[in-house]
Write a protein that binds this ligand. Structure first.
Ligand code: GDP
Length: 358
């Protein structure tokens, strides 16, 4: 399954954040969490729509989508040359589908910064430099081999040129994800380069900066067009240990509508290229995970492969239309429930019932 690898310099709040994510009581018992390995957490994707659906359909339970986070400790300057746990670290990143980079923006003088000063821009560069150096090494090894292959087989020529283009882009200090739009990165998939993975950035900020939009905008501009999430990991770890009403009070006192973790989970899910569609009935209201762009039969296949094989059509209503109507019956009589065929591309928040042959 697809995972987000959490990386960052030491002491930026990665473990604090990971522990909060995997103990996420704030998400309530409705959101199941399971630990597979100590550094892997499967987290429910918070989705208020499920509660609303469960009300309409009188569902017994709610089953959210899930997303996995992997805490990849050990990134230090020099990781690409084997410093620290360098190689293990890089192998772990290779397995992740997207990279969630945690960056310190909190000032606490009691927490030592590895480089002696808090500088989000410098930290980001340090981390990206390690990832870029690792990719350059991979390419350096691969290119002579690709040159040989390209002499023998024509179809290896484009792979070689993509590798060369990637190498010169990385040389200029740019990750392939951020700057690789001109390069056919699919051709380089076999090399599992680190910087082709989608990135998202988590800025661990002081609580009194959470409402400081000019400060946050400045940080956001460091990473754009990648997405940025702002949270205070310390607050997040306090929130998970509080009863719901006190958690709500704490959130309000720092001017937040919801825990930063919720936002992180949703952005992470999106960064993985995933979206959900919804089903509901008396048994459960449930979110199903599909890749963005999936067709109706592909979506049906997530429930059961028989549903995909025998797909006839999908009865679809958008969540908003269903809510406005108040019931499935009313949505139908308003003409809001559509019959969609095999070509239909699923939209986030579609509420669906599949018709199929067995
Ligand atoms: P890691 O090395 O990146 O995993 O960092 P940790 O999560 O272990 O955090 C390092 C230290 O920073 C710990 O003492 C945390 O309590 C502290 N810390 C983490 N997040 C915050 C934060 O948002 N604000 C403050 N003031 N301290 C934090």
């Amino acid at each position: 399954s697809l995972t987000l690898g959490i990386v960052g310099l030491p002491n930026v709040g990665k473990s604090t954040l990971f522990n909060a994510l995997t103990k996420n009581d704030v998400l309530a018992a409705n959101y199941p969490f399971a630990t597979i390995e100590p550094n892997v957490g499967v987290v429910g994707v918070p989705d208020e729509r499920l509660g609303a659906l469960a009300k309409i359909f009188d569902s017994q339970k709610i089953v959210p989508a899930a997303v996995s986070f992997v805490d990849i400790a050990g990134l230090v300057r020099g990781a690409s040359t084997g410093q620290g746990r360098g190689n293990a670290f890089l192998a772990n990143i290779r397995e992740a589908s997207a990279i969630c980079q945690v960056i310190r923006a909190f000032s606490d003088p009691n927490v030592v910064h590895v480089d002696g000063k808090v500088s989000p821009a410098d930290d980001m560069e340090t981390i990206n430099t390690e990832l870029i150096l690792a990719d350059l090494q991979t390419l350096e090894k691969a290119i002579p081999r690709l040159e040989k292959e390209a002499r023998m087989k024509k179809d290896r020529v484009p792979v070689l040129s993509a590798a060369r283009e990637a190498s010169s882009l990385l040389d200029s200090g740019t990750t392939l994800y951020a700057g690789g739009s001109g390069i056919d990165l699919d051709l380089l998939r076999e090399l599992s380069l680190l910087t082709t993975k989608p990135f998202l950035y988590v800025f661990n900020v002081d609580e009194d900066e959470l409402g400081n939009s000019s400060f946050l905008d400045e940080l956001r501009s460091l990473v754009a067009p990648a997405e940025a999430v702002f949270l205070d990991a310390k607050i997040e770890s306090e929130l998970i240990d509080l009863p719901a009403d006190e958690a709500q009070e704490l959130l309000e006192s720092v001017g937040q509508a919801e825990p930063g973790l919720n936002q992180l989970i949703r952005v992470g899910f999106r960064t993985l290229g995933l979206q959900t569609y919804l089903t509901a009935g008396p048994k459960e209201a449930r979110a199903w995970t599909i890749p963005i762009g999936a067709t109706a039969p592909e979506a049906a296949g997530v429930i059961h492969s028989d549903f995909q094989r025998g797909f006839i059509k999908a009865e679809v209503v958008s969540f908003d239309d269903l809510m406005a109507a108040g019931s499935m019956q009313e949505a139908r009589s308003r003409g809001r429930v559509r019959m969609e065929g095999k070509e239909y591309v699923m939209q986030d928040g579609d509420v669906v019932e599949f018709r199929f042959n067995v």
